[in-house]
Ligand binder design. Structure first.
Ligand SMILES: *Cc1c(COP(=O)(O)O)cnc(C)c1O
Length: 456
C-alpha cells in the first residue's frame, strides 16, 4: 500500500547529510580545468590560493573524491534552518487539475531568503579557520550578499560587498539587511578600484553588471593579504556545497518510496540546479537510474540554449580564471527591462559539461510568463516566490499541464530556491502591465561571441 505522503516532508535532524556529494567524481568527461588568464595554462593550487582560501581552492580542484565531510561547525549552523522541507504541492495540483504529482524543495526558510546561505556559511567557515580577517564579494539581486553577511556575522569576519548599481538603487532594503549583519556595501562600478574606474570611464552612466562587480571584489581582496574573494555561484566548490539540497531531496523521496520522473531547476550560474541534481545525475552517470532533468533560464539571458560552449572570462574585468562553459560572452549584459534575475553571462562548468553530454536539457522562458506562474503559485501555495525560482515554477506547471493532456501521472520535483519579498519593484511592473519581454537577436549574440578569448 502506498504510504500517505505528508504535506511537508521534514527529515529528522539526525538525517541531515554529514558529507557533500561531488558529482565530478562520477563524471567520465570532467569539466575542463580553469585557466590562468595571463598564461592560459590550467590554474594550479598555488595560483588559486591567492584568490580563494586554501580549503576552497582544494575543493575547486577536486575532481576525484565523491564525498567530502561537512565540518561540525557548518552542520551546527545548517541545523538552524535545515533540513529544509520537501513540499507536496497538493493545492497547485488541484488547481491545475493534473494527474501529475508536484513536489518542491523549499530553500527560502532563512533570513537571506535563498539557498545561497548553504555555501556562504561554508566559505566563511573555511576563511575563519585559516585565520583570515575578511572576505569580499559581489552581489547582483542581493541574495548572495545577504547570505554572506549573515555567515560572516556568525563567524566574526569582515564582509565587503560590491553590489551591482541598479540593484543597489532598486533594492535599498536588501542593502540595509546586509548592513544590519555588519557588511559594508558599495555600488558597482565604483571609484574605489582601478577596474571600477576603468569601466566607469569606458561606460559612463552604466548600471553595472555582475561580471564587473566580480572584478572589483577580486581587486579589493587582493589589496589585503588577510582577505580572500568569495563567489556565490558558478564555481565547482559552490555546487559541492549546494549538493546538500539534492542529498536532502533524495533522502526525503527515498523515505516515502517516491520515484521522480522530472527534476527542474532554474539556472543562473548553475549552483542550485547543480546542487539539486547532483545525486540524481550521479545515479545517471553510474548507469543506475534515468531522470528527465530540465534547466530553466530567462529568454533574455539564454546561456545554455543559445550560448556557445567555449573558454571565456568569468568577469568583465578579465582578472579571474577562464572557465569552459556555455556563455554569452563576458561583456553580455541582459536588457535593462529584464527583472527576473539569473543575469549571469556564463554557466557552471559542471552543469555545462553535463549539458554537453546530454544528461540534462535546457529551456528558456520569457519573463511575463515567469511572473504569471509566480502569481499563480503565490495565490494557491501561499509562498511569494523569488523571480529566479519562478522560472522553475513556470516549467513545472507547463509539465504538469502536459500530463493533464496525456493523462500521465508523472512525479515532478522542482527547486523553489527562495522568496521574493525584495523583488516587489519587479512584481509592481508586472502588476501594472508594464513588463515586457526582450529576447536578444542573433546579431547581438554574434557580436558578443566574436570577442571570446582565443584559447587553443
Ligand atoms: C542566486 C539565485 C538563483 C540563481 O543562482 P544559481 O547559482 O543558478 O542557483 C536562483 N534563485 C535564487 C533565489 C537566487 O538567489
Amino acid at each position: 500500500m502506498e504510504k500517505k505522503i505528508p504535506y511537508k516532508i521534514y527529515l529528522e535532524e539526525s538525517e541531515l547529510p554529514r558529507q557533500w556529494y561531488n558529482v565530478r567524481a562520477d563524471m567520465k568527461n570532467k569539466p575542463a580545468p580553469l585557466l590562468n588568464p595571463a598564461t592560459l595554462q590550467p590554474v594550479t593550487f598555488e595560483e588559486l590560493r591567492t584568490i580563494f582560501c586554501d580549503e576552497l581552492a582544494r575543493q575547486e580542484l577536486n575532481d576525484t573524491d565523491a564525498y567530502i565531510d561537512i565540518p561540525k561547525e557548518i552542520r551546527d549552523f545548517y541545523k538552524m534552518y535545515r533540513p529544509s522541507p520537501l513540499v507536496r504541492a497538493y493545492c497547485l495540483e488541484k488547481e491545475l487539475d493534473t494527474p501529475a504529482k508536484i513536489y518542491y524543495k523549499f530553500e527560502g526558510n532563512n533570513t537571506s531568503g535563498s539557498h545561497k546561505l548553504n555555501s556562504a556559511i561554508a566559505q566563511a567557515y573555511y576563511a575563519k579557520e585559516q585565520g583570515l580577517t575578511g572576505v569580499t564579494t559581489e552581489t547582483g539581486a542581493g541574495q548572495w550578499g545577504t547570505a554572506l553577511s549573515m555567515a560572516c556575522a556568525y563567524f566574526h569576519l569582515d564582509c565587503k560587498v560590491y553590489m551591482v548599481k541598479v540593484s543597489y538603487e532598486q533594492k535599498p532594503f536588501r542593502r540595509e539587511v546586509m548592513r544590519t549583519y555588519g557588511a559594508s556595501v558599495t555600488p558597482s562600478p565604483s571609484e574605489t578600484t582601478n577596474v571600477g574606474r576603468k569601466i566607469l570611464a569606458e561606460h559612463p552612466g552604466t548600471s553595472g553588471s555582475l561580471g564587473c562587480a566580480i572584478s572589483e571584489a577580486v581587486e579589493a581582496a587582493s589589496a589585503n593579504p588577510n582577505y580572500r574573494y568569495v563567489l556565490g555561484s558558478v564555481l565547482s566548490q559552490v555546487l559541492l556545497h549546494q549538493s546538500i539540497i539534492g542529498l536532502e531531496t533524495k533522502a526525503a523521496l527515498d523515505k516515502y518510496d517516491i520515484q521522480p520522473d522530472i527534476i527542474i531547476g532554474c539556472a543562473g550560474g548553475g549552483s542550485n540546479l547543480g546542487g539539486l541534481i547532483s545525486p540524481f545525475a550521479g545515479e545517471m552517470l553510474r548507469g543506475e537510474k534515468q531522470y528527465q532533468i530540465i534547466a530553466v533560464e530567462p529568454a533574455s539571458c539564454p546561456s545554455l540554449t543559445r550560448g556557445r560552449f567555449a573558454y571565456d572570462f568569468c568577469d568583465t574585468g578579465k582578472v579571474c580564471p577562464l572557465s569552459k562553459m556555455y556563455t554569452l560572452g563576458c561583456d553580455f549584459i541582459p536588457s535593462a527591462n529584464h527583472a527576473g534575475g539569473l543575469r549571469y553571462h556564463g554557466m557552471s562548468s559542471v552543469v555545462s559539461q553535463l549539458y554537453a553530454d546530454g544528461l540534462l536539457e535546457a529551456r528558456s522562458v520569457e519573463q511575463t510568463s515567469v511572473f504569471a506562474a509566480a502569481e499563480q503559485f503565490a495565490r494557491i501555495e501561499g509562498i511569494l516566490p523569488a523571480p529566479e525560482s519562478s522560472h522553475a515554477i513556470r516549467v513545472a506547471i507547463d509539465e504538469a499541464l502536459k500530463c493533464k493532456e496525456t493523462g500521465e501521472e508523472k512525479t515532478i520535483v522542482f527547486g523553489l530556491t527562495g522568496t521574493g519579498y525584495f523583488d516587489m519593484v519587479a512584481y509592481e511592473k508586472y502588476n501594472n502591465g508594464e513588463m515586457t519581454d526582450y529576447i536578444p537577436t542573433d546579431e547581438e549574440l554574434e557580436a558578443s561571441f566574436a570577442k571570446f578569448p582565443k584559447v587553443d
